[in-house]
Design a protein around this ligand. Structure first.
Ligand SMILES: [Fe+2]
Length: 202
């Protein structure tokens, strides 16, 4: 991959950041601006995830899934902070821009809670699927951003974004394992009225 070694010129003139090719030309600054806008999007998404996860933790049935969501909540807080660092590498103040995609995906997760019975593995199956949709959104966004940072010569930003990307992949893998190891099976074994719930089936 051709990496440009154009000398840096940060927009504010601060010398602290690693070389970027921000001063390279009109196209490049357009791309840098796009990069900044995408950062705002994922920054919003991470903050939104931090707000949503407690509901998922509460709704989950299996202790392992609760644990996985709890860990992901902590991880997401780290991701918010890490994004703030990324903003600083391009001399920008952290700013969030409403991300309709993550709003939609998390809304779907909430509707799964409404549509499934409390205390069932079926609900856990639904929650895992919803959480993996979130993960995949994040994986594609971080993957694209890390690559873009590299193209722009923003090595510090690229490294930070890549670290988060790897953590998102791991979180996704953990969820797949939970589903495959037993939650999907447990759900396949349960039928309506199995649970110790009042039989209000109607
Ligand atoms: Fe994240």
């Amino acid at each position: 991959m051709a990496r440009n070694s154009v000398s840096k010129q940060s927009q504010t003139g601060k010398p602290s950041i690693k070389p970027s090719s921000a001063g390279k030309g009109a196209n490049n600054s357009m791309l840098l601006e796009f990069f900044g806008e995408e950062l705002k999007d994922i920054y919003y998404a991470e903050k939104h995830i931090v707000k949503t996860l407690p509901k998922m933790i509460k709704a989950a049935n299996s202790p392992e899934l609760q644990q996985a969501f709890t860990e992901h909540l902590e991880l997401s807080k780290t991701h918010v902070t890490r994004l703030e660092e990324v903003f600083s590498t391009i001399d920008k103040k952290p700013q969030a821009k409403k991300c309709e995609a993550i709003e939609g995906i998390t809304k779907e997760g909430e509707s799964i809670i409404d549509e499934t019975e409390k205390g069932t593995a079926t609900r856990d199956v639904g929650l895992i699927m919803a959480a993996q949709k979130v993960e995949h959104y994040e994986i594609s966004t971080y993957g694209g951003l890390a690559q873009l940072a590299r193209t722009l010569g923003l090595e510090d930003a690229a490294e930070l974004l890549h670290t988060t990307l790897e953590e998102e992949k791991e979180a996704d893998e953990t969820l797949s394992q939970l589903a495959e190891e037993h939650i999907n099976y447990d759900a396949s074994e349960e039928s309506e009225g199995d649970e110790d719930m009042e039989d209000d089936e109607e």
